[in-house]
Design a protein around this ligand. Sequence first.
Ligand SMILES: NC(=O)c1ccc[n+]([C@@H]2O[C@H](COP(=O)([O-])OP(=O)(O)OC[C@H]3O[C@@H](n4cnc5c(N)ncnc54)[C@H](OP(=O)(O)O)[C@@H]3O)[C@@H](O)[C@H]2O)c1
Length: 328
Amino acid sequence: MLPGSLSASRSDSDAAIEAAWTIVLATSHAAEAVAAANRRQSFRVTGDGQLEAVESSDPEAVVCWHPGAGWDTALPVTDPRRALMELYLPITGATSARPVTIGHLGQSLDGFIATHSGQSQYVTGEENILHLHRMRALCDAVVVGAGTVAADDPQLTTRRVPGPHPLRVVLDPSRRLGTHYKIFNDDTVPTLYVTTARTLQPGETRFAQAEMATVADTPNGMDANAVLQLLRERGCHRIFVEGGGVTVSMFLQANLLDRLQVAIAPLIIGNGRPAIRLPARDALSECRRPRYRVFRMGGDVFFDCDLRDLGEGPEEGTESIPLVTRII
Ligand SMILES: NC(=O)c1ccc[n+]([C@@H]2O[C@H](COP(=O)([O-])OP(=O)(O)OC[C@H]3O[C@@H](n4cnc5c(N)ncnc54)[C@H](OP(=O)(O)O)[C@@H]3O)[C@@H](O)[C@H]2O)c1
């Protein structure tokens, strides 16, 4: 391919991603109202990024709402906007009546999310970093563990994509963190600092600029159920658990994740901070093998696992996919 046509196809694909993201954001904003109407409806997207109801036969229809199931794309299979929409519509279909909690990890080929010293920027590529910003924009809350704040001093905003910032939530069960991190000193986006009741001093309500909240301790650490309940009471229905491995594993072990997203990067760390760690099992038959979808995300391979679908293997409807496909 000539260099000129290569850059033309790159800008075509950028335009498709931008257009798809406008639709995804529109579905995110409209889900609660559309779900309340409780009927199957098709929509087009207006020039200012709003959804407008149309007949299902309308050639401009881009998405369809199915009561009890959520959004589906109404685009032809060859439409270049489709893949990005398919990736995010399961998230934007979540509402107060059908909330969703998603865990994400970006790991090396050998299952680590950072080096031994905690360096993780960046295990995965640029596309996966953009994906994190998109997920934050679609979710009401982004949750990280204290180890992530200590290692990365993250901002957890959506600065790389158009879209709202989520509530930032830091879980610090043993109260190991100091107040000097960026996330506790930037009041443009609210932060909730969650620790355990035993660590709280009388009368304490703030951790630098962040609001403080407590949940109960369990013999295994923080009560993950209580964390979810706390966030739901604050109107957070889409919750994104962005890491690290200890925190995602805590939600997974408590069976509180509806979806698990794992981006696998072509990198060998050898030894470092592990991704998922759960109590040991003897038999493979006791291990979960969830339904999944696979996306190419730049140079990474991205697994989107549906932990609520009791089936195994690829999502239904993908049986016709050839057994071996070269994706990159
Ligand atoms: N690649 C990715 O997807 C990704 C995503 C996020 C983070 N990361 C990396 O993963 C690492 C963090 O993950 P993680 O699984 O170790 O922890 P985490 O899930 O972020 O946080 C959980 C626990 O970290 C512990 N912790 C360990 N060292 C700490 C410290 N110096 N200060 C405060 N708390 C500390 C705390 O344990 P106690 O309960 O004992 O206090 C806390 O409960 C970092 O290196 C970060 O850069 C990678």
